[in-house]
Write a protein that binds this ligand. Structure first.
Ligand SMILES: N[C@@H](CCC(=O)N[C@@H](CS)C(=O)NCC(=O)O)C(=O)O
Length: 213
């Protein structure tokens, strides 16, 4: 299986971590922001990462790719079968992709992507506002819902945890960390998920890239 993209995208990182938790053999091929092989454009008609290829099957969108991975390799099960647990896992993925993703996008794009990858200034007031207005609501919410087990659904690793952790890596990279004093459960929870083998290597390589800059 091939994922086209860059792990700095929370959607690419989530997809790769999901594949790793499944034990799938997934290769990352660099693509995105107008770059990448022709297969990337075939897989992702609007150029968004991640794109995906498995033999002659191609598709884009992290949720579509994850749905495919879960269907071709049901074990270990990462999208619960029980109806309420399944709905909650999908809610947390949606929360991560759209609500956390919107905040992380403003902070990471304006502080990192625009100056570093697009060669132009980002909208720093927009990033600051996302950090001071949107971010506190996200961590307040998570602090209120994280169970003692350290997993959001069924007290085991599921898509919910894999999805929620990913955009927090972008927020960390962009100088918007979780305050462990005010939000201890959330800080420990995100640290714990990002420390799993499925995430740790990617995060270490991303940090090394920023440190070398
Ligand atoms: N809903 C999509 C979102 C994908 C997306 O927005 N990717 C961004 C990177 S985080 C992208 O490729 N942006 C470049 C562009 O729009 O040209 C998914 O879950 O995969």
């Amino acid at each position: 299986m091939i994922v086209f993209g860059n792990t700095l995208s929370p959607f690419v990182r989530k997809t790769l971590a999901f594949g790793a938790e499944k034990g799938l053999d997934v290769q990352l091929v660099a693509a995105g922001l107008g770059q990448g092989p022709p297969e990337f454009k075939q897989a992702s008609p609007f150029g968004k990462m991640p794109g995906f290829q498995d033999g002659d099957f191609m598709i884009s969108d992290s949720t579509a790719i994850i749905t495919y991975m879960e269907a071709v390799k049901p074990d270990p099960n990462l999208i619960p079968a029980e109806p309420k647990a399944r709905a909650r896992a999908i809610w947390y993925e949606e929360f991560a992709d759209t609500i956390v993703g919107a905040c992380a996008g403003k902070v990471f794009f304006n502080r990192v992507v625009a100056p570093r990858f697009l060669g132009r200034d980002g909208d720093l007031p927009a990033a600051d506002e996302a950090q001071s207005v949107e971010f506190p609501k996200l961590v307040d919410y998570l602090e209120s819902v994280i169970p003692a087990s350290g997993f959001l659904v069924e007290d085991r690793i599921t898509l919910a945890d894999i999805a929620v952790a990913s955009p927090f890596a972008n927020l960390n990279h962009a100088g918007c960390p979780i305050d462990a004093a005010s939000h201890p459960k959330t800080a420990a929870y995100i640290d714990g998920i990002l420390a799993r083998p499925s995430y740790a290597g990617m995060i270490a390589r991303e940090k090394a890239m920023f440190a070398a800059a």
